[in-house]
Design a protein around this ligand. Structure first.
Ligand code: GLA
Length: 711
């Protein structure tokens, strides 16, 4: 049994093979957190509660002065009752009174109930604990789901206004965890457009550390991921607690070390712009938070996230299915294309193994540049004579599938849609809306706008034989603060469109990776990782992304050099080797490559196909972090350890430099492996301990790839 309630001790034990999460109903009726970490026996852990006499300045009524909520480790900290740290939930009633939330029953589910209107991880055994506000009758349901085989806990809260008065929510986060002690680092994934998800480690001190987004999207600037790690934690050692939100809008994580030297971590919907009043009887559902525990560093944490998302979040139809190997025309043509140019690109990939042609931005309306056309999802016949059908038929006649780009959430002022419905955009009365890339955001909180978007995209999909959609989103939301209704509208739109076309694979995108989050993965098995396609820049981006998201979720393309984002030259082989650490593809015009490069595409695709199963379902071991050293290395190992691949890049060439030895990880110690290209056969233990000498090609940004197969 994964969830167990000990009646006598009033204690809940949430357990998986490697994990225990324990809390109890204490003598005041509060949910007191007791333990979160490596699996422990199901014993009484109440002895670990510290209640020293600090002479607290504010204590619980009817108790001695040691009993302050400021001292408690609390499952659902609420402002106002002697706890002055960050609260998980905050609200007001018209009379301003804040009451105690105390235990009011619990319930066990065999299958996790759906979160109304929000995507979530599919789960089994789930616990709901209800807390009741003694002053007003409001109710908070705390939900916990555990997995037998994974060290993960899913959490969210449902806040019900069971009073007779309006209840103004000021904060409604998804979880709170109080950690003993204060010696922790926070690891986050900050960045920018074309520099997404750079790994950053920050030492936590007293006060509150905040990481979040207010942009209406989960954002390139900060990903909804946080890891709390002990000071000594590394890739392979130490305790690490990962948190990720299944949410695509404004979020926040807060980590506060308080006066009693505990670390409190809370996270969920950003309360900065919270504008929600619950009418009597109304319920607010928070996004789901995923918590992962590792006692073997960041590597084990990431592998748990990857398994969880591949097995329980991403649509099983696509999760481990080979993905299209695309040729995308964006960097090849930008807006400047016609039938002939597209046909030439299609012709050029014949026999390479590339199996899908993706037509990017510019095929519709007056879209000859990015200042016009968004919203008019009708083919531009001046550009594409004979309509989309001619290009689609041509691609199909050459054995390629066909993919198409949309940016359905947006509208340009210069478009028929905007001229007809200027009031459909997100705007504030009397304020000129801020443009972003010359476009505005359609207000998806409105049903008529959602209906338009659903029909506009669905019609194109109904009328054309489309196998793949790239769904883009290229600006932040401005003017309004409360973006949650937009996000809920967006999820409804996803469900209606993507649910209706189950055989079409949808790739997410938002100026590259500006909305790379787990909620998107619920519908989109892969996401364009970054508009930066430079192989070296990608090592850091993909490394950071992999902390939480599986490689199969990262769309990665080979492009030309000098690279369009950095101006850098990297070897063609390196560009492919790095793009192969994800759902690979090409974003170039092969006709502009050298004959040698063009000829190389086929062998690159063959190599990718040989390792595709590892990308889709293997275990990831990060060996070297390119942000910290002049070396990047990652290894993918099959679940049954029968094969593996190790890819490394040495960014800067070093004259007469030290020999680089790469130490494989994750192999079966006792098995014999044939290693290519060395053509040696050695035991896993020998390879992992003695290591492999890396002979990087002469020059900068060279890569090496080793393959391991059980002999
Ligand atoms: C965004 C995407 C790119 C491309 C362009 C088209 O920037 O991230 O891949 O589709 O839009 O305008």
């Amino acid at each position: 049994m994964a969830i167990y309630f000990d009646e006598r001790r009033k204690t809940f034990y949430l357990e998986s093979r490697d994990l225990s999460y324990v809390f109890r109903i204490n003598e005041h009726g509060f949910l007191q957190h007791l333990y979160y970490g490596r699996r422990i026996p199901r014993e009484d852990v109440g002895f670990s509660v510290a209640l020293p006499d600090r002479g607290h300045g504010c204590c619980l009524p009817g108790s001695d002065r040691r009993q302050s909520m400021d001292e408690y480790r609390n499952e659902c900290p609420i402002f106002g009752r002697s706890d002055f740290r960050e609260s998980m939930v905050d609200f007001t009633f018209p009379n301003g009174v804040v009451g105690d939330f105390v235990y009011d029953g619990h319930k066990l589910y065999d299958v996790k109930p759906e979160l109304k209107g929000l995507p979530s991880v599919r789960g089994g055994e789930t616990l709901e604990v209800r807390l009741k506000d003694m002053a007003h009758g409001a109710v908070i349901g705390l939900y916990y789901t555990v997995f037998e085989d994974l060290p993960a806990v899913l959490r969210h809260a449902e806040i019900e206004n069971a009073s007779g008065e309006p209840m103004k929510l000021c904060r409604a986060y998804s979880f709170a965890v109080d950690f003993p002690g204060k010696r922790y680092d926070a690891v986050t994934l900050p960045g920018a457009h074309m520099r997404e998800r750079q790994t950053e480690r920050t030492r936590l001190g007293h006060g509150t550390f905040i990481a979040g987004s207010k942009r209406g999207v989960s954002s390139s600037q900060m990903n909804p991921f946080l890891a709390i790690a002990d000071y000594a934690a590394t890739e392979t050692q130490g305790e690490v607690y990962g948190f990720n939100l299944i949410y695509s809008g404004d979020f926040a994580f807060r980590a506060e070390v308080g006066q009693c030297e505990y670390l409190r971590v809370i996270g969920g919907l950003n309360d900065y712009g919270m504008d929600k009043t619950l009418a009597p009887g109304e319920t607010f559902v928070t996004p789901e938070a995923v918590m992962v525990y590792s006692d073997e560093g960041f590597g084990k944490m990431s592998r748990a996230f990857h398994d969880l998302y591949r097995d329980y979040l991403i649509n099983p139809l696509w999760a481990k299915k080979p993905r299209p190997v695309v040729i995308n025309n964006w960097e090849a043509t930008y807006f400047d294309f016609d039938n002939d140019k597209l046909k030439a690109i299609i012709d050029s990939v014949e026999g390479t193994g590339i199996d899908t042609f993706v037509l990017d931005d510019g095929w519709f309306g007056a879209r000859n540049h990015d200042r016009a056309g968004l919203g008019d999802w009708v083919v531009n016949e001046k550009k594409l004579r004979g309509g989309l059908k001619t290009v689609i038929d041509y691609a199909h006649s050459k054995g390629l599938k066909f993919g198409l780009w949309f940016e359905p959430e947006m509208v340009n002022a210069d478009s028929d849609l905007y001229r007809a419905h200027p009031d459909w955009i997100i705007r504030a009365e009397g304020v000129e809306p801020c443009p972003g890339r010359d476009q505005y955001v359609l207000d998806l909180s409105r049903p008529e706008v959602r209906d338009f978007v659903v029909e506009a995209v669905s019609r194109v999909l109904r009328e054309n034989a489309i196998d793949y959609v790239k769904w883009d989103m290229n600006r932040a939301l401005s003017e309004i603060r409360w973006h949650h209704d937009y996000v809920l509208g967006l999820y409804e739109v996803f469900e209606r469109i993507i649910g209706a076309f189950p055989n079409v694979i949808f790739e997410g995108c938002a100026s590259g990776g500006c909305r790379f989050d787990a909620a998107i993965l619920r519908w989109f098995p892969q996401i364009w990782t970054s508009d930066n396609s430079d192989a070296y820049a990608r090592t850091a981006i993909q490394y950071g992304t992999s902390l939480c998201y599986p490689l199969s979720a990262m769309s990665c393309h080979v492009s030309v050099c000098p690279n369009h984002q950095t101006g850098r030259n990297t070897p063609f082989a390196s560009r492919a080797a790095i793009a192969h650490l994800g759902a690979t593809g090409y974003e170039l015009n092969p006709n502009n490559l050298t004959a040698a490069e063009k000829a190389e595409i086929k062998s690159q695709v063959d190599e990718y196909k040989a390792m595709e199963g590892l990308v889709l379902g293997g275990d990831l071991y990060r060996l070297h972090n390119p942000v910290e050293e002049n070396l990047f290395a990652e290894m993918l190992v099959a679940k049954d350890k029968s094969e593996a691949v190790l890819t490394a890049m040495r960014p800067l060439s070093v004259a007469n430099g030290e020999s680089v030895i790469l130490y494989p990880e994750g192999l079966d110690e006792n098995a014999d492996y044939e290693v290519l290209p060395q053509k040696i056969v050695r035991k896993g233990a020998t390879l992992m301990r003695a290591g492999l000498v890396a002979y990087f090609p002469f020059g900068d940004f060279g890569t090496v790839t080793y393959r391991f197969r059980k002999a």
